[in-house]
Ligand binder design. Sequence first.
Ligand code: ADP
Ligand code: MG
Length: 385
Amino acid sequence: MNERILSENFRQRYGRTPQVIARAPGRIEFIGNHTDYNGGAVIGAAIDRYVWVAAAPANAPGRLRFASGLDGQAVELPAANTTKLSGAEAWINYPRGVWQSLRDFNLPAPDAFDLLVGSDLPTGAGLSSSAALELATALALLDLTGVPAPAPATLAAIGRHAENIHVGVPCGILDQGTSAFGRAGQLVHIDCRGPAFYLLPLPSDVSLWVFNTLEKHALVDGLYSTRHRECQDAATALGATWLTEVAPADFNARAAGLPPKTAARARHVIEENERVAAVVRALGTGDLQTVGALLAASHRSSRDLFENSTPTLDSLVELLTAAPGVYGARLTGGGFGGAVMALTDRSFTAARAADIAAQHAARGHPRPEIIELHTADGARLLPRP
Ligand code: ADP
Ligand code: MG
């Protein structure tokens, strides 16, 4: 996919060229698992896989049209009806939720438009196609109204609001913040309580890999919300607004008084937040062995305490962790399926990655999709082709 192809697809579908094309990157969660909505810190990186949104104003007041992919039918919706969609049309809740969010943010929103989505980012893989779709949609729709692109923090807030309120996923700011603030060569370090966003250089002699298990994590219907609620319950039990407010020593002194599952969820989040700070320090001194050990510890904590891993994710992490050239590997994103990321040195090659995928498949798991990633720039409007 690229803007030229999307523009041509738009012309074939809607009979005219788009007025605007915007593009937003997916992201990996480098470390900081379920810390974002707990008021903690997280490190992400925008990646060179994207969602593109092309749009044009329509000469038919109150008519919104949405399409995705080359073959998907355009779905026409009256602007006045904002009932939540389900089944094959459920994806439209994301871009239409962004359109509703513009109004929620007192920004202008076009009252009639045609919109087409293109993507080379796997969906439901933990690489945050949802946030990329939200941010590209927000940039495109605002541009249709002639409003300048908002600051990245505002863009991220609009996308998160759309997903929280109009889609119904209680996600934190990691996904939208990373897609908005990403920069090639940099990680995005977020203090989610502000939120405040910082860039953190990624050493140039490392590589980032993703192994997509192809087990879809269905964030909308489930376990993500359950964990969110469990964390809130744990914070309440500890008398804190944010779980990450509780100092580790204080938590250790009080953990025995909590129900075991609640204590395990809380320990994961509180210790994971400490690991994020430790990764920032280790990156500062170029200590990649320590970074790798922290990634591995993060995965073990997800597996054993937060219980958001799966046997498939665990198998890949185990094989990667034992492989030469790998500093560390962990599940990336919400969990319950999705993808594993690995930080490697330059001796780790596509052939070695394929070998690991083969060993994983020999254990009876589906063969994963392997993606060698590069860090990328954040969401932006593109020049029209
Ligand atoms: P992730 O964000 O990790 O990919 P989510 O479950 O949060 O997983 O979001 C995936 C959902 O986002 C898809 O099920 C779909 O509704 C929507 N989506 C993402 N990319 C596209 C796309 N290119 N076209 C249509 N819908 C998309
Ligand atoms: Mg998502």
